[in-house]
Design a protein around this ligand. Structure first.
Ligand SMILES: C[S@@+](CC[C@H](N)C(=O)[O-])C[C@H]1O[C@@H](n2cnc3c(N)ncnc32)[C@H](O)[C@@H]1O
Ligand code: SF4
Ligand code: SF4
Length: 300
């Protein structure tokens, strides 16, 4: 991370903590909800299947920038399905950097060619070993591994949503992150139980077991892009929600934290690690602050 970016984030953090501000720093633009997959745990694919036009996406990026966001995520549906004429996701990443965003990340299912060296991170969903991943995401594991190996850059972070179907394979994904080329780290979430996938939610016991595998891996130096000190809060869902420093924009509509904010009772069962990590950080939790500094400087 550049020193100028680091200074900007440090100043933002201090102001937010001292004055209990609710200004956002992290914004996500949903490029489309269209997707080429239909994963068992996902409730947000192909609801409209509209690919939003470039002019609209550009306006949305500008809106987030003017709200104060300096970390930008592009997400979907499947993000790599986005195109408008000659423009691709890569053009959006380059434009976001020119606009002044300090960190620009893309989330993808990894089934398309990965040619995005300008992104700070490509968060690529891998949901277990070959068998469990394919059970959840269809027969895509081999294509994804081929795309990872032939990627144009080494900015890939595996992204695993842990649920009842793949809970036994956390260690396999850590091993993949340790051994495959072009992968910088792995980042986890626990399944968030949307009404149509509530049966995939982990029990307290399962969350405890996962947290202990993740904690042990962090302690032995494995590349994990999560904060050890946030794990107990995630296991017990005892972190504050929603995250006021995060906003999502989809088809002109802005939501605080996530599109899921409208689902009654969901925030109390939230499994998204970024929510715990950011809300605890901005409440001034010193262990989280120290952990975040260490982790972010290692991977970005
Ligand atoms: C909605 S997808 C969009 C980007 C891309 N299609 C992908 O699969 O990475 C973003 C991430 O959310 C995760 N996800 C989907 N539903 C979830 C849920 N209920 N709880 C936790 N993570 C979830 C996916 O596994 C994926 O890593
Ligand atoms: S690839 Fe992503 S958006 Fe598509 S169904 Fe799977 S999790 Fe949902
Ligand atoms: S805290 Fe609520 S709005 Fe935020 S990601 Fe979790 S469920 Fe969604």
């Amino acid at each position: 991370m550049k020193l100028s970016a680091f200074t900007y984030f440090a100043a933002f953090g201090i102001k937010t903590i001292l004055f209990r501000k609710k200004k956002p720093i992290l914004g996500t633009v949903i490029l489309t909800d269209k997707c080429n997959l239909k994963c068992k745990h996902c409730s947000v694919n192909n609801i409209t299947a509209v690919i939003h036009p470039y002019s609209q996406i550009r306006n949305e990026m500008q809106t987030l920038y003017s709200m104060g966001c300096r970390i930008l995520f592009f997400c979907g549906g499947e993000t790599f399905l986005w195109r408008d004429g000659e423009k691709s996701v890569r053009d959006l990443v380059i434009e976001a950097k020119q606009m002044g965003f300090l960190i620009v990340n893309v989330v993808t299912n990894g089934t398309f060619t990965l040619d995005l060296p300008e992104a700070d991170l490509i968060l690529l969903s891998l949901d277990g070993d070959r068998e469990r991943h394919n059970l959840i995401r269809g027969e895509t594991y081999d294509t994804i591994m081929k795309n990872i190996r032939s990627a144009a850059s080494d900015n890939i972070v595996l992204y695993m949503a842990i649920n009842k179907l793949n809970v036994s394979t956390v260690q396999d994904v850590i091993k993949t992150a340790e051994t495959e080329c072009n992968i910088r780290a792995v980042s986890f979430n626990f399944h968030t139980p949307y009404p149509d996938t509530a049966d995939l939610m982990l029990s307290l016991d399962e969350k405890q077991q996962c947290a202990s595998v993740i904690r042990d891996a962090i302690e032995k130096g494995s590349p994990i892009f999560n904060l050890k000190s946030a794990l107990p809060y995630l296991v017990n869902n005892s972190f504050p929600t929603p995250c006021h420093q995060c906003v999502v924009i989809e088809n002109g509509k802005i939501s605080t934290c996530g599109r899921c904010i409208e689902i009654p009772g969901l925030c109390e069962q939230c499994g998204y690690f970024f929510v715990a990590e950011y809300t605890l950080l901005f409440r001034g939790n010193l262990r989280i602050m120290f952990d975040m500094l260490k982790t972010y400087l290692r991977y970005i």
